[in-house]
Design a protein around this ligand. Sequence first.
Ligand code: DC
Length: 217
Amino acid sequence: MIVTLDGPAGAGKSSTARALAARLGWCYMDTGAMYRAVALVALDRGVPLDDQVLLAELAEGITIEFRNGHVVIDGRDVSTEIRTERITQATRPVADAPPVREAMKRVQRRMAEGLDVVTEGRDQGSVVFPTAALKVFLTASPEERARRRHREETDRGNSVPLAEILTAQSRRDEGDRTRAVGAMKPADDAVIVETDGLGPEQVVDLLIAMIEERCRP
Ligand code: DC
């Protein structure tokens, strides 16, 4: 069975998807981390970020695993490195490239084959798993999302002004919404969940209730 969680950065997708997968005892797939991993390997190997065909070959050629909250590429733990600003920026042209998205669609379907999976991203319900049992689009107001990000940065010892976070976030949202292929949008049959004022556990409870209702004979 597949449950998809799509939506913008800062809506609480990662913490919710991870906690949901743990509660259900299912696999967890972080597709943003997969695009980031391709960007990291491209930079390491000197693959130009505008060579969409080579990038797509990379996407199909590397082995990505999710092990206890860690992201491992070809046996190397890259969990921290893929979250750096350098990789966040390099991921944009990678995620925008239609051949890479086609390759990722195949890889993601292959990884989920025969398993129970909670998968998170931007296009999981709308493109990659159109027959998923439950499709959720998690969202929150731009201000709330920026405040969450600001708290995370402060906890990491980084003092980034809230206004700067909000501006960068709007730019990223716009890019995700308007990319030619794989644009971020709720699937037609997605449930929209607005997470303002809700903690991850409350959202997980809500989603578990939805899954139980859908699986009831
Ligand atoms: O969720 P994230 O910030 O880790 O995603 C990293 C980048 O990948 C971001 O630019 C959005 C993009 N992405 C995508 O295009 N499609 C997905 N399914 C997941 C992420």
